[in-house]
Design a protein around this ligand. Structure first.
Ligand code: AMP
Ligand code: MN
Ligand code: MN
Ligand code: MN
Length: 271
Protein backbone atom coordinates (compact mmCIF):
# COMPACT_ATOMS: atom_id res chain seq x y z
CA UNK A 1 0.00 0.00 0.00
CA UNK A 2 1.17 3.51 -0.80
CA UNK A 3 1.14 5.77 2.23
CA UNK A 4 2.21 9.28 3.15
CA UNK A 5 5.40 8.74 5.08
CA UNK A 6 8.39 10.51 6.54
CA UNK A 7 11.01 7.87 7.25
CA UNK A 8 13.83 10.03 8.58
CA UNK A 9 13.35 12.28 11.63
CA UNK A 10 15.18 13.25 14.82
CA UNK A 11 13.97 14.01 18.34
CA UNK A 12 15.49 15.17 21.62
CA UNK A 13 16.68 11.58 22.07
CA UNK A 14 19.54 12.66 19.77
CA UNK A 15 20.02 16.11 18.21
CA UNK A 16 16.43 17.07 17.34
CA UNK A 17 14.58 19.95 18.92
CA UNK A 18 11.31 18.25 19.81
CA UNK A 19 10.45 15.37 22.12
CA UNK A 20 9.35 12.17 20.36
CA UNK A 21 5.69 12.67 21.32
CA UNK A 22 5.64 16.23 19.96
CA UNK A 23 7.18 15.06 16.73
CA UNK A 24 4.44 12.47 16.33
CA UNK A 25 1.84 15.18 16.97
CA UNK A 26 3.32 17.40 14.26
CA UNK A 27 3.36 14.47 11.87
CA UNK A 28 -0.29 13.76 12.56
CA UNK A 29 -1.19 17.42 11.98
CA UNK A 30 0.68 17.33 8.69
CA UNK A 31 -1.31 14.35 7.42
CA UNK A 32 1.56 11.88 7.65
CA UNK A 33 0.39 8.27 7.98
CA UNK A 34 3.69 6.59 8.79
CA UNK A 35 6.47 8.24 10.76
CA UNK A 36 9.85 6.67 11.43
CA UNK A 37 11.84 8.12 14.30
CA UNK A 38 15.48 7.66 13.32
CA UNK A 39 17.60 9.22 16.02
CA UNK A 40 21.38 9.02 15.72
CA UNK A 41 22.81 5.95 17.42
CA UNK A 42 20.04 5.53 19.98
CA UNK A 43 16.75 3.73 20.45
CA UNK A 44 15.82 5.68 23.56
CA UNK A 45 13.06 7.82 21.99
CA UNK A 46 11.17 4.97 20.38
CA UNK A 47 8.84 3.93 23.15
CA UNK A 48 7.55 7.46 23.70
CA UNK A 49 7.01 7.86 19.95
CA UNK A 50 5.20 4.53 19.68
CA UNK A 51 2.90 5.39 22.56
CA UNK A 52 2.08 8.76 20.99
CA UNK A 53 1.43 7.03 17.68
CA UNK A 54 -1.02 4.62 19.28
CA UNK A 55 -2.83 7.49 20.95
CA UNK A 56 -3.11 9.59 17.81
CA UNK A 57 -3.73 6.81 15.33
CA UNK A 58 -0.55 7.15 13.33
CA UNK A 59 1.85 4.35 12.51
CA UNK A 60 5.21 4.85 14.16
CA UNK A 61 7.99 2.76 12.70
CA UNK A 62 10.92 1.99 14.97
CA UNK A 63 14.03 3.47 13.40
CA UNK A 64 17.64 4.46 13.93
CA UNK A 65 20.36 6.24 11.93
CA UNK A 66 23.85 4.80 12.28
CA UNK A 67 26.96 6.64 11.14
CA UNK A 68 29.37 4.25 9.40
CA UNK A 69 33.08 4.86 9.37
CA UNK A 70 34.02 4.55 5.69
CA UNK A 71 32.89 8.09 4.80
CA UNK A 72 32.12 11.13 6.91
CA UNK A 73 28.41 11.11 6.03
CA UNK A 74 27.77 7.48 5.23
CA UNK A 75 24.64 6.91 7.28
CA UNK A 76 22.58 3.75 7.44
CA UNK A 77 18.92 3.92 8.40
CA UNK A 78 17.43 0.93 10.20
CA UNK A 79 13.70 0.21 10.36
CA UNK A 80 11.29 -2.12 12.06
CA UNK A 81 13.74 -4.05 14.22
CA UNK A 82 12.35 -5.90 17.20
CA UNK A 83 12.35 -4.59 20.74
CA UNK A 84 14.75 -7.18 22.05
CA UNK A 85 17.84 -6.30 20.11
CA UNK A 86 20.96 -6.92 22.20
CA UNK A 87 23.34 -6.61 19.24
CA UNK A 88 21.92 -3.34 17.94
CA UNK A 89 21.69 -1.93 21.46
CA UNK A 90 25.29 -2.86 22.11
CA UNK A 91 26.41 -1.14 18.91
CA UNK A 92 24.44 2.00 19.86
CA UNK A 93 26.00 1.88 23.31
CA UNK A 94 29.50 1.78 21.82
CA UNK A 95 28.64 4.79 19.68
CA UNK A 96 27.20 6.63 22.67
CA UNK A 97 30.37 5.94 24.65
CA UNK A 98 32.42 7.23 21.71
CA UNK A 99 30.44 10.48 21.70
CA UNK A 100 30.92 10.74 25.44
CA UNK A 101 34.66 10.45 25.09
CA UNK A 102 34.70 12.93 22.18
CA UNK A 103 32.93 15.72 24.08
CA UNK A 104 36.07 16.65 26.05
CA UNK A 105 38.08 16.94 22.86
CA UNK A 106 35.50 19.21 21.25
CA UNK A 107 35.51 21.49 24.32
CA UNK A 108 39.33 21.68 24.12
CA UNK A 109 39.24 22.29 20.35
CA UNK A 110 36.78 25.16 20.78
CA UNK A 111 38.80 26.64 23.64
CA UNK A 112 41.89 26.69 21.38
CA UNK A 113 39.78 28.74 18.97
CA UNK A 114 38.79 31.19 21.69
CA UNK A 115 35.33 29.72 22.23
CA UNK A 116 34.90 29.10 25.93
CA UNK A 117 31.86 27.01 26.67
CA UNK A 118 31.38 24.54 29.49
CA UNK A 119 30.58 20.90 29.19
CA UNK A 120 27.74 21.39 31.67
CA UNK A 121 26.00 23.77 29.26
CA UNK A 122 26.41 21.36 26.37
CA UNK A 123 25.08 18.47 28.44
CA UNK A 124 22.11 20.53 29.44
CA UNK A 125 21.43 21.37 25.80
CA UNK A 126 21.68 17.69 24.92
CA UNK A 127 19.22 16.70 27.61
CA UNK A 128 19.63 13.00 26.95
CA UNK A 129 22.60 10.72 26.60
CA UNK A 130 23.54 11.48 22.98
CA UNK A 131 25.91 14.43 22.73
CA UNK A 132 26.03 15.66 19.18
CA UNK A 133 27.66 18.62 17.45
CA UNK A 134 24.39 20.62 17.15
CA UNK A 135 24.32 20.74 20.97
CA UNK A 136 27.69 22.51 20.96
CA UNK A 137 26.38 24.81 18.21
CA UNK A 138 23.31 25.64 20.29
CA UNK A 139 25.43 26.71 23.26
CA UNK A 140 27.69 28.77 20.99
CA UNK A 141 24.63 30.61 19.65
CA UNK A 142 23.28 31.09 23.15
CA UNK A 143 26.59 32.55 24.35
CA UNK A 144 26.85 34.87 21.35
CA UNK A 145 29.97 33.34 19.77
CA UNK A 146 28.01 32.83 16.55
CA UNK A 147 24.60 33.98 15.46
CA UNK A 148 23.32 30.77 13.90
CA UNK A 149 23.74 27.03 14.06
CA UNK A 150 24.96 27.18 10.44
CA UNK A 151 27.69 29.65 11.37
CA UNK A 152 28.83 27.42 14.24
CA UNK A 153 29.37 24.58 11.74
CA UNK A 154 30.92 26.72 9.01
CA UNK A 155 33.41 28.40 11.32
CA UNK A 156 34.15 25.70 13.88
CA UNK A 157 32.35 22.37 13.84
CA UNK A 158 32.62 21.33 10.21
CA UNK A 159 35.97 22.81 9.16
CA UNK A 160 38.93 20.88 7.74
CA UNK A 161 40.67 21.29 11.06
CA UNK A 162 37.69 19.92 12.95
CA UNK A 163 37.93 16.65 11.03
CA UNK A 164 40.83 15.44 13.18
CA UNK A 165 38.34 15.00 16.02
CA UNK A 166 37.05 11.53 15.43
CA UNK A 167 34.76 9.27 17.37
CA UNK A 168 34.10 5.55 17.38
CA UNK A 169 32.14 4.36 14.37
CA UNK A 170 31.57 0.85 13.08
CA UNK A 171 32.00 -0.06 9.43
CA UNK A 172 28.97 -0.17 7.16
CA UNK A 173 28.84 -3.96 7.11
CA UNK A 174 28.61 -4.06 10.91
CA UNK A 175 25.84 -1.43 10.88
CA UNK A 176 23.76 -3.19 8.24
CA UNK A 177 24.22 -6.58 9.87
CA UNK A 178 23.31 -5.27 13.33
CA UNK A 179 20.03 -3.95 11.90
CA UNK A 180 19.32 -7.18 10.03
CA UNK A 181 20.16 -9.40 12.98
CA UNK A 182 17.67 -7.36 15.01
CA UNK A 183 15.00 -8.26 12.46
CA UNK A 184 15.13 -4.84 10.82
CA UNK A 185 15.64 -3.53 7.29
CA UNK A 186 18.41 -1.16 6.23
CA UNK A 187 18.32 1.79 3.82
CA UNK A 188 21.10 4.11 2.67
CA UNK A 189 20.43 7.64 4.01
CA UNK A 190 20.85 10.79 1.89
CA UNK A 191 23.15 9.24 -0.73
CA UNK A 192 24.39 12.62 -1.99
CA UNK A 193 25.95 13.35 1.39
CA UNK A 194 28.40 10.49 0.97
CA UNK A 195 30.10 12.82 -1.49
CA UNK A 196 30.97 10.25 -4.18
CA UNK A 197 30.75 10.55 -7.95
CA UNK A 198 28.04 8.43 -9.56
CA UNK A 199 30.30 5.51 -10.46
CA UNK A 200 31.82 5.24 -6.99
CA UNK A 201 28.46 5.62 -5.32
CA UNK A 202 27.15 2.81 -7.48
CA UNK A 203 30.02 0.55 -6.36
CA UNK A 204 29.26 1.43 -2.76
CA UNK A 205 25.57 0.63 -3.20
CA UNK A 206 26.48 -2.72 -4.79
CA UNK A 207 28.73 -3.47 -1.82
CA UNK A 208 26.08 -2.44 0.72
CA UNK A 209 23.53 -4.59 -1.06
CA UNK A 210 25.83 -7.57 -0.53
CA UNK A 211 25.90 -6.75 3.18
CA UNK A 212 22.10 -6.82 3.23
CA UNK A 213 20.99 -3.28 2.36
CA UNK A 214 17.37 -3.28 1.15
CA UNK A 215 16.52 0.36 0.55
CA UNK A 216 17.85 3.68 -0.66
CA UNK A 217 16.61 7.11 0.43
CA UNK A 218 15.77 8.54 -2.99
CA UNK A 219 13.41 11.22 -1.67
CA UNK A 220 15.23 13.79 0.43
CA UNK A 221 14.67 17.58 0.53
CA UNK A 222 18.23 18.42 -0.48
CA UNK A 223 18.44 16.10 -3.48
CA UNK A 224 18.34 17.80 -6.87
CA UNK A 225 15.99 16.32 -9.49
CA UNK A 226 19.04 14.84 -11.26
CA UNK A 227 20.30 13.24 -8.07
CA UNK A 228 16.85 11.84 -7.30
CA UNK A 229 16.63 10.38 -10.80
CA UNK A 230 20.02 8.70 -10.40
CA UNK A 231 19.10 7.19 -7.03
CA UNK A 232 15.82 5.91 -8.44
CA UNK A 233 17.82 4.23 -11.22
CA UNK A 234 20.11 2.66 -8.63
CA UNK A 235 17.07 1.39 -6.71
CA UNK A 236 15.78 -0.22 -9.89
CA UNK A 237 19.15 -1.63 -10.94
CA UNK A 238 19.93 -3.22 -7.58
CA UNK A 239 16.43 -4.21 -6.54
CA UNK A 240 16.30 -1.80 -3.61
CA UNK A 241 13.16 -0.37 -2.07
CA UNK A 242 12.65 3.38 -2.33
CA UNK A 243 12.58 5.29 0.95
CA UNK A 244 12.16 8.98 1.65
CA UNK A 245 12.64 11.24 4.62
CA UNK A 246 12.92 14.89 5.55
CA UNK A 247 15.72 14.51 8.14
CA UNK A 248 13.66 16.90 10.25
CA UNK A 249 15.50 18.14 13.35
CA UNK A 250 13.28 21.13 14.25
CA UNK A 251 13.66 24.65 12.89
CA UNK A 252 16.16 25.72 15.53
CA UNK A 253 18.56 23.03 14.31
CA UNK A 254 17.73 22.96 10.57
CA UNK A 255 15.70 26.11 9.80
CA UNK A 256 14.76 25.17 6.26
CA UNK A 257 13.62 21.59 6.81
CA UNK A 258 10.00 20.67 7.55
CA UNK A 259 8.45 17.24 7.98
CA UNK A 260 7.67 15.61 4.63
CA UNK A 261 4.82 13.41 3.44
CA UNK A 262 6.35 11.31 0.67
CA UNK A 263 4.09 8.83 -1.09
CA UNK A 264 5.87 5.56 -0.47
CA UNK A 265 5.15 1.89 -0.95
CA UNK A 266 5.19 0.71 2.66
CA UNK A 267 4.25 -2.97 2.55
CA UNK A 268 7.83 -4.23 2.70
CA UNK A 269 8.38 -2.30 5.95
CA UNK A 270 5.05 -2.76 7.66
CA UNK A 271 4.02 -6.28 6.69
P1 AMP B 1 27.85 14.34 15.27
O1 AMP B 1 27.15 13.06 14.88
O2 AMP B 1 27.71 14.65 16.71
O3 AMP B 1 29.23 14.43 14.77
O4 AMP B 1 27.06 15.52 14.56
C1 AMP B 1 26.50 15.35 13.34
C2 AMP B 1 25.23 16.16 13.26
O5 AMP B 1 25.56 17.51 13.11
C3 AMP B 1 24.42 15.79 12.05
O6 AMP B 1 23.49 14.81 12.38
C4 AMP B 1 23.74 17.07 11.68
O7 AMP B 1 22.55 17.22 12.43
C5 AMP B 1 24.72 18.12 12.14
N1 AMP B 1 25.62 18.62 11.09
C6 AMP B 1 26.71 18.02 10.57
N2 AMP B 1 27.34 18.81 9.67
C7 AMP B 1 26.62 19.95 9.64
C8 AMP B 1 26.75 21.19 8.91
N3 AMP B 1 27.76 21.40 8.05
N4 AMP B 1 25.82 22.15 9.13
C9 AMP B 1 24.81 21.96 10.01
N5 AMP B 1 24.65 20.83 10.71
C10 AMP B 1 25.52 19.84 10.54
MN1 MN C 1 21.57 15.26 13.23
MN1 MN D 1 22.45 11.67 8.36
MN1 MN E 1 19.42 12.23 9.99
Amino acid sequence: MIQKADLHTHSTASDGQYAPASLVQFAKARGIEVLALTDHDTLSGLEEAERAGEKLGLTVLRGVELGAKEYRNLHILGYGFSKETPGLRELCEKMRAGRDERKYRIIDFLREKGVEISLAEVEEAAGGDIISRPHFAQVMVHRGYVSTNREAFDRYLDTEEYQRIERFKADAQTCVEAIRTAGGRASLAHPYQVGLEEEDLESLVRQLKEYGLEGIECWYPRHSPEQTAFYLRLAERYGLHITGGSDFHGEKVKPDIQLAAWELEMDWLLA
